[in-house]
Design a protein around this ligand. Structure first.
Ligand code: PMM
Length: 275
C-alpha cells in the first residue's frame, strides 16, 4: 500500500467530487455511473490516484452529516477499486475514512489534518495507509476570518509540525505522512502566493508535500475574475513550479494538462528551477 510513497514523484491526484456544491465540479458527478466514468477517465489521463470527496469545503459551505457523506463516497470508491483505479478519500471524519478504506481507498486525505475529528488518526494508524495532513484552522463557514498571520509560511510550517506530532502520538508512522499547505483554507491570495514562493521551506520539513491549487479562487483573482473551469493553464503552471520546488504530488482537476506538463519537465531533465 505504501508503494505510493515510494513512487517516482510527482504523484498526480485527480479530483472527483461527488457533491452537489463543490466550487468547480459540484453537481457534475453525483450519480454513480458518471462518477465512475470520470474516475476511470482521470486514471487513463495519467492520475495515480483519484481523490473522492463527499463534502464540499468551499468557503462558506455548510456541512453534511457523516451518513450522507459515506453514502456519497463509498459506492464510488468500491466501483473504482473494482475497475482497478486507486482512490483516496477526501474526508475529515474517522467514520467516513474507515468506511472508505474498507471499500478500497488507499489513502486518507484529511483537509483538517486531524483537528476536525481526532479519531481519524487512530483509523489511519490501524490501516497503516498514507495520510495527507493539510494545514487547516477551522471549518469552511468561518475559515475566512481565521486568515491572519504575521508570517504565513513560518506559521503554516509550525502548525503542520504540531499536526505531525499529534498523528505520531496516535500511532501513525512517519512514513505514512504527507503534508499540504492548504491553499485557500484560511488563506488570502497573498498567503497562497507566499506559500507557493517558499514551498521549499515546507519541503524542508522532510515529509512528502502535496500541492493543491487547482482552479482556486486566487487564480481567478490573478486572471481578472476568470471562472473556475478556465483556470487550468494557471493551475498547471503553479503545479509545475511546485513540482520543480520539490513537491511530491499535485492535486488537480485537469489531469491531462498536468501530466503533459510533467512529461515536458521530465524530458527537459527535471531541473530544479529556482523562482
Ligand atoms: N482543496 C480542496 C479539497 N480537498 N485536499 C487537499 N489535500 N488539499 C487541498 O487544498 C484541497 C483538498 C478544495 O476543494 P475542491 O475539491 O473543489 O478542489
Amino acid at each position: 500500500m505504501l508503494d505510493l510513497m515510494r513512487a517516482t514523484p510527482p504523484v498526480v491526484m485527480g479530483v472527483l467530487n461527488v457533491t452537489p456544491d463543490s466550487f468547480s465540479d459540484g453537481g457534475l458527478y453525483t450519480d454513480l455511473d458518471s462518477a465512475v466514468r470520470h474516475g476511470v477517465e482521470l486514471r487513463e489521463q495519467g492520475a495515480h490516484l483519484v481523490d473522492v470527496g463527499g463534502e464540499s469545503t468551499r468557503p462558506g459551505a455548510l456541512r453534511v452529516d457523516a451518513e450522507t457523506e459515506t453514502a456519497r463516497v463509498v459506492p464510488v470508491i468500491r466501483a473504482l477499486a473494482e475497475a482497478g483505479v486507486a482512490t483516496s478519500v477526501d474526508t475529515t471524519r474517522a467514520a467516513v475514512a474507515a468506511a472508505a478504506l474498507k471499500a478500497g481507498a488507499v489513502l486518507v486525505n484529511d483537509v483538517s489534518g486531524g483537528l476536525a475529528d481526532p479519531d481519524i488518526r487512530r483509523v489511519v494508524a490501524e490501516a497503516g495507509c498514507p495520510y495527507v495532513i493539510m494545514h487547516w484552522r477551522g471549518h469552511s463557514d468561518r475559515m475566512q476570518e481565521l486568515a491572519t498571520y504575521h508570517d504565513v509560511v513560518g506559521q503554516v510550517r509550525a502548525e503542520l509540525s504540531e499536526r505531525v506530532d499529534e498523528a505520531l502520538a496516535a500511532g501513525v508512522r512517519p512514513d505514512q505522512l504527507i503534508l499540504d499547505p492548504g491553499l485557500g483554507f484560511a488563506k488570502t491570495a497573498e498567503h497562497n502566493w507566499a506559500l507557493s514562493r517558499r514551498l521549499d521551506e515546507l519541503v524542508g520539513l522532510g515529509f512528502p508535500v502535496l500541492f493543491a491549487a487547482s482552479r482556486k479562487s486566487y487564480l481567478g483573482l490573478l486572471l481578472d475574475g476568470r471562472p473556475a473551469p478556465e483556470r487550468d493553464a494557471a493551475t498547471t503552471a503553479t503545479s509545475l513550479l511546485a513540482v520543480a520546488a520539490g513537491a511530491w504530488g499535485v492535486r488537480v482537476h485537469d489531469v491531462l494538462g498536468t501530466a503533459d506538463a510533467i512529461a515536458v519537465w521530465r524530458a527537459t531533465g527535471s531541473p530544479r528551477l529556482r523562482w
